[in-house]
Design a binder for this molecule. Structure first.
Ligand SMILES: [Zn+2]
Length: 313
């Protein structure tokens, strides 16, 4: 399946492949929560299929498709981040060499999928360079990332880069309203920062309610109805990244509100306006905090520090 907002990128790939110009390495990038995994899954299925349909979608019926569906395709290898790790390491890339040079079992492409590519550590990236420099016939290496700027320039220059578009608000709302959701599509989309697939998974989790409750608590801190300490204590077990993502969205809302005549439904219940320069400072501070949020800092202290940034408004 290809989401409608990714159709132009798919059509482009189909045209490239039909004219035998498909690169041996593709770097596919796109914002998280916008369906890029679905795009790549469709592409991998298509490359492994021995008799793809006219629009190059996999047939789903041939022996190669059936083998891949069973999770045992000998011409396919994925190199992904282990659940408890933060980096793809060189040992994971080393196995590639023998995989790339053994003979193929089916007559379609051999495919390697690496994700998220920005987590390749320096040794792994350097080891991968060798494979990228020596293309193997009928083989495609696909790297997937939401942060292409974090990749080594030497990796990027050896790949054909495909950027998957983020859907427009109209496209996202149209798609979300075709799904069955508990919450209003526009609220979900706003909460997910305009990313429709992320919006749908929010609907299926308890995050929607959590977010509203945290917005209320933060409003209470700003209105001095609650203390920073009590709110930090309450939320210390929730992911720091998620809390920061919400706050960054809210600051962006406040910034938009301050120079837009359009009324934006605010998430925070506050009765005052803040100077825009201070909002930008807060925005930058929250982004800096997000960069260190994955480290094992004391959660309550981290949250206190985070809420203190708001008190400087
Ligand atoms: Zn097939």
């Amino acid at each position: 399946m290809i989401y409608s907002w990714h159709q132009p990128a798919w059509d482009q790939l189909v045209a490239t492949r039909s004219s035998n110009h498909l690169a041996h390495a593709l770097l596919i990038s796109g914002q998280s929560g916008t369906g890029k995994h679905t795009f790549v899954t469709t592409l991998v299925n298509s490359l492994l299929c021995e008799s793809p349909c006219e629009d190059l979608h996999a047939c789903g019926q041939c022996k190669s498709c059936k083998t891949h569906q069973a999770g045992a395709h000998p011409d396919y290898q994925d190199i992904i981040l282990a659940p408890d790790k933060t980096q793809i390491v060189v040992d994971q890339i080393r196995s590639l060499n023998s995989f790339l040079h053994k003979s193929r079992s089916y007559k379609a492409y051999r495919v390697v999928f690496i994700s998220p590519a920005e987590t390749l550590n320096i040794n792994a990236a350097n080891s991968l360079l060798k494979s990228l420099e020596e293309p193997v016939e009928n083989t495609v290496i696909i790297l997937l990332t939401s942060q292409p700027s974090s990749l080594l320039a030497t990796i990027k220059s050896r790949c054909q880069q495909i950027h998957l578009a983020t859907p427009t608000k109209k496209q996202s709302l149209k798609w979300l309203s075709q799904q069955t959701t508990k919450h209003t599509p526009s609220d979900l989309l706003e909460m997910a920062g305009g990313r429709p697939i992320a919006a749908l998974s929010l609907d299926e989790s308890s995050q929607f309610e959590n977010r509203q409750e945290f917005a209320n608590d933060l409003s209470d801190v700003l209105e001095k109805n609650k203390t920073i300490i009590e709110v930090s204590k309450k939320w210390q077990s929730l992911s720091k990244q998620i809390l920061l993502d919400w706050q960054i969205t809210w600051v962006q809302q406040l910034i938009r509100q301050s120079f837009s005549s359009q009324s934006i439904k605010p998430s925070l219940r506050i009765n005052r306006t803040y100077p825009i320069n201070k909002l930008w400072i807060l925005h930058d501070e929250l982004i800096k905090l997000k960069a260190i949020a994955h480290t094992s800092l004391n959660a309550q202290l981290f949250l206190e520090n985070m809420l203190l940034s708001w008190s400087k408004l």
